[in-house]
Design a protein around this ligand. Structure first.
Ligand code: AMP
Length: 216
């Protein structure tokens, strides 16, 4: 049995068409079912639904053999014990810095101001601001980052931005893009030795679906 870890939402929705190209179908809709383990039309493949930030942990500790995780989540996790063979080019967005409209971020940076930054991504934010030589106090949040500057709790946020609609709706503006994000295939290194054939097959399925030009 191969266990594939996915998170609900964009990653699940954008992984399904890649599997479908090889005739693999998940047999239940996670938006309708409360089940956490979903069967597929392949008796030897099942899907487990976990939080996006837990996908690397499930794969690292063998709760799943293989999974799909955003680069943002992988950087924060550290990637220990994971083989990362493929960029699936799905769930694309950016990690960006955003501030309230009207806050002169460039000026504050030039002045060497100490900024308070709210984020779910402390490792990415710490490294980014350290490289720029900007002093920051990081405030770790688990969601609704946009609220932190609106309530005066932070000067800026570091968050994922896709269309920019969420920022606009909250009167925030993107002032710097830190890095592009897409989802990666991650594989448990021990499982890859023990279940080599079925895992290589599944990795091929993903490779064919997202990089067909690279295969003959
Ligand atoms: P948007 O309004 O399209 O810019 O999307 C921003 C909101 O969606 C933020 O709350 C992000 O945390 C979330 N978001 C955007 N892209 C992704 C992604 N690829 N994976 C997970 N969350 C995302």
């Amino acid at each position: 049995m191969i266990t594939l870890a996915l998170s609900k939402g964009r990653i699940f929705d954008e992984t399904l068409p890649l599997l479908a190209e090889a005739g693999i179908q998940v047999l239940e809709d996670p938006e309708k079912s409360r089940k956490l383990i979903l069967p597929t039309n392949q008796p030897e493949l099942r899907v487990v639904l976990v939080r996006a930030s837990d996908v690397p942990t499930y794969v690292q500790f063998g709760g799943a053999d293989i999974g799909v995780a955003g680069k943002d989540v992988l950087i924060e996790h550290g990637g220990q014990g994971l083989y990362q063979p493929l960029d699936l080019q799905i769930a694309k967005c950016h990690v960006s810095v955003a501030v309230p409209a009207g806050f002169d971020y460039a000026h504050a940076v030039r002045q060497g101001a100490r900024l308070r930054v709210a984020t779910k991504y402390p490792a990415i934010a710490r490294e980014f601001f350290a490289r720029k030589g900007v002093h920051v106090d990081l405030v770790k949040l688990y969601g609704s980052m946009e609220l932190a500057p609106l309530t005066g709790m932070a000067d800026a946020i570091v968050d994922l931005v896709s269309t920019g609609n969420t920022l606009r709706a909250n009167n925030l503006v993107e002032v710097e893009q830190i890095m592009p994000i897409s989802s990666q295939l991650v594989v448990n290194q021990a499982a890859l030795r023990l279940k080599q054939l079925p895992l290589r097959h599944l990795m091929d399925v993903f490779a064919r679906a997202c990089h067909p030009e690279a295969l003959v």
